[in-house]
Design a protein around this ligand. Structure first.
Ligand SMILES: [Zn+2]
Ligand SMILES: [Zn+2]
Length: 401
């Protein structure tokens, strides 16, 4: 980790990173790149690079605060980021790799289980703990929220495809030491789970993303609602005063006075004006959210797998949880209905689904609790339709395999 810096030192650090990124990207795209000064690159660009970057065959790029005369100043402005994005094209959007980090499995798996599986209405028993492999799929999405202001950010999520566990804010991958892991040698060509089925994956993500997007946007929405409330109050106060004043004048006029008509018309106009201004406000603060799938990384990873027997009344079910060397904890199982962020705390009677409280809530019509994973469409007792959790359509995904 570089030390925390700010001011001119931070600008120099950012410029250095930008210069390294530009040199690597240009080199990979077939350009000849040479550093002709501490913050300057001389570039001999083939036609596709010239076209993507909008530079001639021979050009000089400057990355510092001051650049040499005749050099293009390259910084973190949208203009250059867009040019580099054109040059990047589809590269870097999907990748796969095998990681073999050195790790020691948890000393007390029972304790790790108690933390990852805080069940309220079922028990479990640890049957086995053994080395295994999984595919970990890392996803990165960029969200853009626009209302009266704009907010952009990244949403990162990983899926353990062997267990179905979702990992929120997974750690960024560091270069891994080439030392072999301790214990018997592991072979990723053996015992690997099936690569995630694409349709199933899209369905899972489209359900997993809305609660995570809500959480990511919560501070922005809070600010938006505060500003909207303040503007609504101001609008109400202003029109309320006008209305009260007009009503007072009207009340002071005798029944037969023709001036009453004028005051009544004025009151109606104030009400109309108030409604119109409220609608303007709603338009001004209307929220538009766009989500772009930017990256997918498939990582083949050794894990320590716990096999657990889940028990509820007379039924039981096998469950697998992986101790993940990247997060150094058990990947938490998600609610099998909502894919919510919080760990499931309840188990259903029929199939022993793991659920968040909403997944086993009483029916809104007849009051009988039922499992939304067993009965996706309707209540099994009174057939009242189920309100499905929100989903996000995900059409454009980077290639997975
Ligand atoms: Zn019902
Ligand atoms: Zn169920």
């Amino acid at each position: 980790m570089p030390p925390e810096v700010d001011g001119p030192a931070a600008a120099a650090l950012a410029a250095g990173r930008m210069q390294r990124f530009a040199a690597d990207l240009l080199g990979a795209a077939g350009a000849l790149v040479e550093a002709s000064g501490p913050e300057t690159l001389d570039v001999l660009a083939p036609p596709p690079v010239q076209e993507a970057l909008g530079v001639p065959e021979l050009s000089r790029l400057g990355f510092g605060v001051r650049v040499a005369s005749g050099a293009h100043r390259v910084g973190l402005e949208a203009d250059w980021l867009e040019r580099f994005a054109r040059l990047l094209g589809g590269r870097g959007r999907a990748a796969r790799c095998v990681l073999t980090p050195s790790f020691r499995p948890p000393a007390d798996p029972e304790r790790a289980l108690a933390h990852a599986l805080p069940l309220e209405n079922a028990t479990y028993r640890l049957l086995e703990a053994a080395s295994a492999w999984t595919y970990l799929l890392f996803f990165e999405f960029r969200f853009t929220a626009i209302a009266d202001e704009k907010r952009e950010g990244l949403l990162r999520l990983a899926l353990n495809s062997a267990t179905g566990a979702l990992i929120d804010d997974p750690p960024a991958l560091e270069p891994v030491s080439p030392d072999p892991p301790p214990g018997p040698p592991l072979d990723p060509s053996r015992d690997l789970p099936a690569v995630e089925d694409r349709a199933r994956l899209l369905a899972l993500l489209s359900r997993a993303l809305p609660p995570r997007l809500d959480a990511a946007l919560a501070p922005f929405l809070e600010g938006l609602n505060r500003r909207l409330g303040r503007d609504q109050d101001r609008l109400h106060g202003f029109h309320n005063d006008l209305h009260r004043e007009a009503a007072r004048r009207l009340g002071a006029l005798p029944e037969a006075d023709p001036a009453r008509r004028r005051e009544e018309a004025r009151i109606a106009a104030i009400v109309r004006e108030y409604q119109a201004r409220l609608e303007d406000l709603a338009r001004q603060y209307a929220l538009n959210v766009a989500l772009a799938w930017t990256q997918t990384l498939e990582v083949v990873l050794p894990v320590h797998r716990l096999t657990v027997q889940l028990r509820r009344r007379k039924a039981d079910r096998m469950l697998r949880l992986d101790w993940n060397p990247l997060t150094r904890r058990l990947d938490p199982p998600p609610c099998e209905w909502s894919r919510a962020r919080a760990p499931p705390r309840l188990v259903c009677d029929e199939a022993l689904h793991l659920l968040c409280p909403a997944g086993l809530a009483p029916c809104a019509a007849c009051g009988r609790p039922f499992c939304r994973a067993c009965h996706e469409a309707a209540c099994p007792k009174c057939t009242a339709p189920v309100t499905a959790p929100p989903t996000l359509p995900l059409a454009r995904a980077p290639a997975l395999h």
